[in-house]
Ligand binder design. Structure first.
Ligand code: FNR
Length: 384
């Protein structure tokens, strides 16, 4: 990507989109209505955890190696029997639809995933139904993120549809059965789902529609919030065997930060754990996801570990991989790219992350992902 940018510059054509994250955020803020910007950019409490997610990356520094001859870098990763061209993925973001100018940001993001071959985890909360998102992905693998509704038949139906649509795994988000204390959204009174947005996966569902017929006077969005909603029933470990029984697809548990929970996830038959604190949106005061990562990886003992929260650069991707992540997700950066430039904006963000990660592997002498290890990092003194 950098060659393309330099050669374009020789012809007097400079990049259309920002190269630095701070500028990308500024442009996204200018592009979005204020309430939506606050929803996407904000987090829980005074956003300590959200900031700490980012600054935790500054506690680790890469140690370069010379004369390794890393002329060709191998970024491919094996996950659930799939060979992915890179270890990067798009974390599930529930208001993508609203972030695009045309109101179909889930589809625009899926097109960027298809262009870059970066897998997408499609959120339950989307403007367009999952079948349409899957169709846009083409050959690029997609995963379906489940907010588990209290109505178990509806949950099972969502999973069946995800299987039929060709998704390669089910990511169950565990940390959002209630929504966190988010002062920015409380101040604006803006919570998109409560306004009936991004509920297409529910309203298009046959089980949901059958339920609606049973009480026809009900407004569909109100019905979603009553039966399904992100305010779902709190799951416990006892519910895991039921979730496991819903699908033979890989089951990935998102929001795992404690080594004991990793062990329980393994016992419950999970195929991967996903180390994340929801980008600091759910509970303030919690530890940065990156700080939890080494403990999660150790407890996973070979089980794949997905990671997100705080990744803002290719260097961050490399650090998370060196700390043992199997694959690394981004959330806000690509949502900002979407707000700024639709499919092209998301594509730009992904290509930039990949190009920087690849260049770091070259300069620092780590030709393959397997060469990225904890020993390649030093921990800097000082706290977050
Ligand atoms: C999210 N995230 C999220 N996670 C999930 O499992 N389902 C969802 O619907 C959403 N929705 C959502 C909306 C918005 C606006 C954001 C910013 C995030 C969390 C997401 O998957 C991921 O964990 C974080 O975004 C990662 O942190 P960064 O990269 O944003 O720092």
């Amino acid at each position: 990507y950098q060659n393309e940018i330099y050669f374009n510059a020789l012809r007097g054509v400079l990049p259309e989109f920002p190269m630095a994250f701070a500028e990308l955020a500024d442009r996204a803020q200018a592009a979005l209505p204020p309430g939506l910007w606050s929803y996407v950019a904000g987090g829980a409490g005074d956003e300590f955890t959200q900031r700490a997610n980012v600054s935790a990356f500054e506690q680790w520094a890469l140690v370069p190696r010379m004369l390794v001859g890393a002329a060709q870098r191998d970024l491919t990763v094996e996950l659930f029997g799939l060979t992915l061209p890179s270890p990067l993925f798009l974390a599930p973001v529930g208001v993508l639809g609203l972030c695009a100018q045309d109101g179909h940001g889930d589809l625009a993001t899926a097109r960027a995933a298809a262009r870059t071959a970066v897998p997408m985890i499609a959120s339950t909360l989307s403007v367009d139904p999952m079948e349409q998102v899957a169709a846009e992905l083409g050959d690029t693998p997609g995963f379906f993120q489940l907010y588990t509704p209290t109505d178990r038949e509806l949950a099972a139906s969502l999973v069946r549809r995800a299987e039929a649509a060709g998704f390669k795994g089910i990511v169950v988000t565990l940390d959002t059965w209630v929504t966190g204390w988010r002062p920015r959204d409380l101040r604006t009174g803006n919570f998109p789902q409560l306004r009936g947005n991004c509920l297409a996966n529910y309203t298009s569902d046959p089980v949901f529609q059958a339920r609606l017929k049973e009480s026809p006077e009900q407004d569909p969005s109100a019905a979603v919030l009553e039966w399904a909603s992100v305010f779902a029933a709190p799951l416990t470990w006892a519910d895991l065997s039921w979730l496991r029984s819903l699908t033979t697809l890989p089951l990935i548990l998102k929001g795992i930060l404690h080594p004991d929970d990793v062990r329980r996830a393994k016992d419950a038959g999970a195929d991967a754990v996903y180390c994340s604190n929801h980008g600091g949106r759910q509970a303030n005061g919690g530890l940065p996801a990156l700080t939890a990562l080494p403990g999660v990886v150790a407890a996973a003992d070979g089980l794949p570990v997905l990671f997100d929260s705080g990744v803002r650069s290719g260097a961050d991707v490399i650090k998370a991989l060196a700390l043992g992540a199997t694959a690394v997700g981004v959330g806000r950066p690509y949502a900002y790219g979407l707000a700024v430039g639709g499919t092209d904006g998301v594509t730009h963000v992904l290509r930039s992350l990949l190009a920087e990660a690849d260049l770091i592997m070259a300069v620092d002498g780590y030709p393959a992902l397997a060469d990225l290890r904890r020993e390649g990092l030093v921990r800097l003194p000082g706290g977050v």
